[in-house]
Structure formats: C-alpha cells, structure tokens
Design a protein around this ligand. Structure first.
Ligand code: NA7
Length: 543
C-alpha cells in the first residue's frame, strides 16, 4: 500500500526543531542519507509555533544553545539573559542556513502513519502530502510540548469573537488595543503573555484554575558573573553542563532545609530568587523535592514575595499556589506577572470557586455572571511527552501500535526505544530527563548517542536494533522508583499526564538527573549495547 514514487533513505526524522536539525547535520556528516519531515512551513519546532507575546525561553541563553560546534558558538551572540521567541527562531534559521539543512527537509509535510516491515527491515512512513517514504531507521524528534491540548470547555466552538491559542499564534496582525480579552490558563504561556496583553487590552480577565509559582526573570544583558566561566573555558563549562543534574552547571547543595536554621533558609532562598533562574530555585535545599516540610520553606517564601507585590491580600492569596509543592509543576519565569493584577482593568477569576458553565457566542458564562469578550486566548497547554508521538499511527512488529502499547503509560528503554518497535527512536522521549533538564543538553546527548549507535550497527553489519522486554521493564521500574521517592507524583501536572482528561497517570520524564542518565546511556553502549537485541546478515546478538 505504498505509492510507487516512494523514496528510500537510511533515516527519516520527524520534526525540524532543535533535535531534528542537529540530527540531520550529524547523520549527514556520518554518511547516512536522511530526510526530515516537518509539519510547519520552516524550521524551529516549538519556536516556530509558540509566537505569543512575551514568549521566551526559561533556561538562560548561556546554556540554551548548541554546543556541538565551537565555531557555531563563536558565530552567534545572544542579546539577552533569556532570549525571546523571535530571536530563538532566528537562531534555528541561522543554524539551518549555516549547515545548509533545508535541502533535506520537507516542510508542510505531516507524518500520519509509520509501519514496520519485518521482512524488509524498514519503516514505511506515510505523509499527508501523498508522498510516502521508506527508511531503515525512523526517529521521532517531534518535541515534548508540541501537541496542543484541545480546550475541554463546554461551548468553546460557539464563540463568535477572535480565538487564539498561545501554542498556535498567528505570525502577525494580532492587536488587542481597546479590546476585552479573556485568557484561560496560568501556566508558563499564560504567565509570560498576560503582562503584555494587559498593556494593550482595555479589559483583561484571567481565568485561573490552578495558581502557579513564578519567579521574576530579571531579564536584561547576560550578567558578567554568568558570562565569565563560559568565556574563561568554554569547553570545561559545556562539559560541566553535560555532567550536571539538569544540564546547567550549578552547585549541588548538601544543605537540607529540614536541618538548617531560618537564617540559612532566608540566605539561600534570596540568592536563588535574585538569580532569576529556575535551576537554582529548584536546588535551594537538597531535600526540597523529597520532603514536604523542606519544600514548604521554599513555597512559603514565594508566597511572601507574592504578597509583597499584590496589593489586595485576597487576590494575593488566590494567586498563591497551595495545591502542589514547589517545583512539582514546572515553575514559571515572568516579567511583571503578579504586578499586573494591581492594574484596575485586570481581573482574576478563580475557576475553582467560579467554574465556567459555558462559553457563549459573545463571551464566558459562570454561574450567576456572564462576561462579554472580543477575544479569548487559550493558554491551556499540551498533551506532553507522549501526545505528539502517539498522534502518529505507529505500527511495530506483530501489528501492535505504539498507542496500544502505551495505553497504560509509556514503556521505553532509556526513553530512546520501545520493545516491539525495531529501529524506532524517540529523541527526548518519555523515560529520559528531557523536560526536567536544559533541553539543548538533553537533545545533544540523545542525538550523539543515536548517531554512535547507528555507526556501530553499520560497522558490525547489523540492520536492526530493539530493546529486550527485560531491559525495558527494568528501566520503567527504575524511572518509577526514582519518581516515587520525590514529591513529583503528588501534583496534578503535565509531568504526570494529569492535565489531559483520560491520560494514564504516571511520571513521564526521568528524574535521576542528566549526569546519572548520561552515565547509564554511555555504559549501555560500552557494554555492547546492554539490553538491546541487534541483528544482521551474520545473525543476532543480544546482550
Ligand atoms: P501548562 O503549563 O500546561 O499550563 C496550562 C494552563 O491552562 C494551566 O494553568 C491549566 O490549569 C490551564 N488549563 C488547562 N485546561 C484548562 C481548562 N479546561 N480550564 C481551565 N484552565 C485550564 O502549559 P503552558 O503552555 O503554559 O506551558 C507548558 C510548558 O512550556 C511550561 O511548563 C514550560 O516548560 C514551557 P491546571 O494547572 O491544569 O489546573
């Protein structure tokens, strides 16, 4: 059932974000014919789609950058501590041009299905353009936060005014001047965009289901103390990042919140707060993600900060997260978020107390109150980590789909491969550190590991690779055990799949750290691909 015009390549990669771009560059250098298929009209992935006002990275630009080519690093200078979406997109385009990547990318091409042919040992990949493609290795580099969640709010389709999704923002022409605007959702996208929309709109109403922790980004030029270690020894800095907990060099503290005095609490918290960075805030104390009492010290001090900014104490309380420990949902970085609620034309609606009854043709109806709006903005998040992967109909050996296999939660070995799906790789897949880390470091680690793996297969005359069920079960158990000793599973977060109705509950990324994870992946490769079955003309090898 494949069209006669089918092309055949060594590797098909889905997605031309930072994973797909680096993978294409690397595989090309190694002599693998590679085709990248991308649904968008150009490169950039997340940064192509998420163009909402105020969209920025939440990892500093000193770290959210490729490190694989020192000359590339020299050729690009970021303008700020946290880059804006347009600048990050320009960087992706710069990389694509520098390595002449676009000629091997099919844009406006969505992969709809992929089927493993066990006899021919290849994947048949079907796209929505009618052009199909055949490959030996098939890589999902489709991003962790790329499939928007459909707004599960009654009446959403009835609204006649303007509708926007932060995750699918129009390329130009949005102006809220003089308009009554509703924003639903207070995750990172809402928190970044609300202060800017408030500057334009005549009325801004924020519909909050769960308050989130947010830290002032303190954006501006890169601080000298952040630039110094990088400039002194770039290579050493990058090496440290690769072997750090979260992909950004940071002190690994031994200070326990529960065993240290209030003065130490205050000093350490203030230092992290002033850094305006997530990773120091997540590491104020060694035990903050393990024990509620230690976590409450950090959470309590953030609550204080909110009260210092928000003039109305009741409003400050509504904006203060009480339902989840600090860090169990990804905290946000903001520029003036809490202060926005002091403005007279900005209103907060607490959906826990006043749920939406329905969206109407002209606005939003709560019990006892109907509000009229010119525009509704959905900042309602994504089907994270697994959504984009299983949205493609991927059929492995024996006709089982990945969606079926993952019906009760994703099963992977190292977040890289799944038993029953030979030669299918997931970049930053579930069961790898991915969203708990600096994505750039995790992307490079996966791409490098995968490239080495393909080189080894080629050198050994092997044509297939697949994890054993035992290795996969062991890894899944380890991922769950690690999450189980932390507070993460107590939150209704997208890390837990809890934001998508019907999605199985389970901790999706690997919490053991970028350093431990890299060590495990390296060791697996060094031990002759421990836990994998490989086969080729000369037979099968299973270690
Ligand atoms: P998030 O962080 O998933 O935030 C989505 C927000 O939308 C969150 O406040 C949700 O409340 C809210 N939401 C979702 N569905 C609804 C409905 N049906 N009704 C009301 N409110 C709703 O997505 P973002 O795009 O902001 O950020 C994703 C990541 O991108 C972020 O963590 C950074 O890493 C970058 P909830 O908390 O589920 O109650």
């Amino acid at each position: 059932d494949i069209s006669p015009a089918t092309a055949t390549v060594d590797v098909v990669v889905v997605g031309a974000g930072f994973s797909g771009l680096y993978l294409l560059h690397k595989l090309r250098q190694l002599g693998f014919s590679t085709r990248v298929l991308e649904a968008a009209g150009d490169v950039g992935g997340t940064w192509y789609w998420n163009r909402y006002p105020g969209a920025r990275c939440d990892i500093p630009t000193t770290d959210y950058t490729y490190s694989f080519d020192p000359d590339l690093e020299k050729a690009w200078t970021w303008s700020e501590k946290y880059a804006t979406q347009p600048e990050i997109l320009r960087y992706a385009q710069f990389v694509a041009e520098r390595y002449d990547l676009r000629r091997d990318i099919d844009f406006d091409t969505r992969v709809v299905a992929a089927r493993w042919d066990d006899e021919a040992e290849h994947w048949q990949v079907r796209t929505d353009t009618g052009r199909d493609i055949r490959c030996r290795y098939y890589v999902m580099a489709s991003g962790c936060l790329s499939l928007p969640k459909t707004p599960d709010i009654p009446g959403a389709e009835r609204f006649k005014g303007e509708v926007f999704f932060t995750s699918r923002w129009p390329h130009e022409g949005v102006d809220f001047s003089g308009k009554r605007v509703a924003v639903i959702g207070t995750g990172s996208s809402g928190i970044q965009s609300i202060p800017i929309m408030a500057r334009q709109a005549s009325q801004l109403t924020v519909f909050q289901r769960t308050p989130n922790f947010s830290i002032p980004a303190g954006n501006g030029p890169v601080r000298p103390e952040r630039r110094a270690p990088l400039e002194a020894d770039r290579e050493a800095y990058r090496r440290e990042a690769k072997w750090s907990r979260a992909g950004v060099p940071n002190e690994q503290t031994q200070v326990y919140g529960r065993y240290s005095p209030p003065q130490v609490h205050r000093e350490r918290f203030e230092a992290a707060w002033q850094s305006g960075e997530l990773i120091p805030m997540l590491a104020v104390f060694a035990d903050q993600i393990l024990f509620r009492d230690a976590n409450a010290i950090v959470a309590g001090m953030v609550h204080e900060k909110i009260r210092e900014v928000v003039q109305d104490p009741q409003l400050a309380e509504l904006l203060s997260p009480r339902d989840h420990p600090f860090g169990t949902k990804r905290p946000c970085l903001d520029s003036g978020y809490y202060a926005t609620f002091n403005l007279p034309h900005v209103r907060l609606v607490d959906l826990r107390r006043h749920p939406i009854e329905t969206i109407t043709e002209t606005g939003i109806a709560l019990a006892g109150e109907t509000m009229a709006f010119d525009a509704i903005v959905y900042a309602t998040g994504f089907d994270a980590m697994t959504g984009a992967i299983v949205s493609v109909d991927i059929t492995g050996r024996d006709g089982i789909t990945l969606k079926q296999k993952w019906a009760h939660g994703p099963q992977t070995y190292l977040g890289l491969m799944a038993a029953g799906f030979p030669n299918l790789f997931t970049i930053t897949g579930p069961g790898s550190p991915s969203v708990l880390s600096n994505m750039m470091v995790s992307i490079e680690q996966h791409v490098d590991w995968l490239a080495d793996c393909l080189v080894r297969l080629r050198a050994d005359g092997m044509t297939t690779i697949e994890p054993t069920e035992t290795a996969e079960t062991g890894w899944v158990t380890h991922v769950n055990d690690c999450a189980g000793i932390t507070l993460y599973p107590t939150a209704d977060s997208w890390y837990m799949g809890a934001n998508v109705p019907g999605k199985p509950r389970g901790f999706l990324p690997y919490v053991g750290g970028v350093d431990a994870y890299r060590g495990a992946c390296d060791e697996v490769a060094a031990c002759d691909y421990l836990g994998f079955r490989r086969s080729g003309a000369k037979g099968t090898r299973c270690t």
